[in-house]
Structure formats: C-alpha cells, structure tokens
Design a protein around this ligand. Structure first.
Ligand code: 5GP
Ligand code: MG
Length: 192
C-alpha cells in the first residue's frame, strides 16, 4: 500500500494535533465549563469517509452526546469526481429541538452536506452546524458553509484516514495523494 503513495499531504501527527484543537473548539461551543451535563448534542456522521475522524474526534469531546450515522455516496467506484450525493438510508435520529453537528470527512462540491443538511432541517432541530476534517476551498460553494474545518487543501484527490479510492486506502494513517498512474482515466476518472 505504501508504494502506491505519491506523497503525504498531512501526516498522522498533524491530524492528531488538529483533531485535538477542533475538539477544544467544539467543547467551547457546545459545552462551556459547568454546562457539560446540560449539553444536548447529536452528531450526525456521514459514512464511510468520516469513520476514523469521527472515532478520534468524539473520544476527545468531554460532553454527553448522541451519535447517528448516515451513509452517503457521491464517488461510486473508481471515480474522483462527484456524481451527486445519494443518501442510502433515511436518518432515523430524533433531532427535534436538539443541537445537531454534521461530521464529514471532506467538503468538496458541497452536494453531500447540502443533501444531509436539508434532510435534517425538516426535523426542526435547535441548531445545525457542520464540521469537516478537510475542505477544498477552490470548489466549496458559499451556500454550504462549514462551521468547523480541520484543514484547507488544494484541489487534489486524497486518500487515507478514512478516505478511499475505489474502496481502498481508508486504513492509511496519513492523508496522501496516490501515484497518478493509479487513478484510472475515463469518465469520472482522472485526478480531481
Ligand atoms: P461533495 O459532495 O462535497 O462534492 O463531496 C463530499 C464527499 O465526496 C466527501 O464526503 C467524500 O466522501 C468525497 N470526496 C470529496 N473529495 C474527495 C477526495 O479528495 N478524496 C476522497 N477519497 N473522497 C472525496
Ligand atoms: Mg463522504
């Protein structure tokens, strides 16, 4: 697997440091000192890409929370261009009157967050905010803001730390760019 990597963009050490900072920001926002117990937060995590980020982030958050998972796909198979977000399962969490934090791996065209946000907004939560590990500012549209962002990156197709290419590389500890010849060309292929 290591020989497929062209270069490491963000090392596991830098990710861990930044996840700690993000957790501190979130704790200040949702559970200021003395109010940890009254926190009524539901984290809605978008699978599969956010699974490692989610696992690391929630273990650094001190407050009570509920966690709901939703599966969305916008990059079927060996493609590096979004084909539009598709929710695979309806969100079942009861979020009426609660604070909701949507957690995703990366904000690219915004289609995924837009779809999940719209679905949740119909259930009248108290607030909806979004937290993404990565954002590609070149593409991120203004109508889908990310409230908490780990890193802004250039317009590379990245893998590792939960992010895949054709189902592979999620278990890489770092965030990396693959060797260009590994991205298949053709419709939807090639480097995004
Ligand atoms: P959007 O809907 O914002 O275009 O794309 C968001 C989703 O596409 C992310 O949740 C992620 O699953 C996938 N995605 C976007 N950019 C990348 C990338 O560079 N690498 C990988 N592996 N997935 C990406
Ligand atoms: Mg995703």
């Amino acid at each position: 697997m290591q020989q497929d990597i062209d270069r490491i963009l963000i090392s596991s050490r830098r990710i861990a440091d930044r996840v700690g900072e993000l957790a501190a920001e979130l704790a200040r926002e949702y559970a200021p000192p003395g109010r940890e117990q009254s926190c009524d937060l539901t984290i809605v995590a978008i699978l599969s890409g956010s699974l490692i980020f989610l696992a690391d982030l929630i273990r650094r958050l001190p407050m009570r929370m509920r966690i709901a998972l939703v599966t969305v796909s916008s990059y079927p198979g060996a493609s590096t261009e979004s084909r539009g977000a598709r929710l695979f399962e309806q969100i079942t969490a009861d979020v009426a009157g609660r604070d909701v934090l949507i957690v995703d791996d990366i904000l690219d065209t915004g289609g995924t967050l837009r779809a999940v946000r719209a679905e949740l907004a119909r259930r009248q939560p108290r607030s909806i905010r979004t937290c993404v590990l990565l954002r590609k500012p070149a593409k991120a549209p203004p109508d889908v803001p990310a409230d908490f962002v780990g890193f802004d990156i250039d317009n590379y197709f990245v893998v590792g730390y939960g992010l895949d290419y054709d189902g592979l590389y999620r278990n890489l500890p770092d965030i990396a760019v693959l060797r260009p010849e590994l991205y298949t060309s053709g419709p939807g292929g090639g480097r995004a």
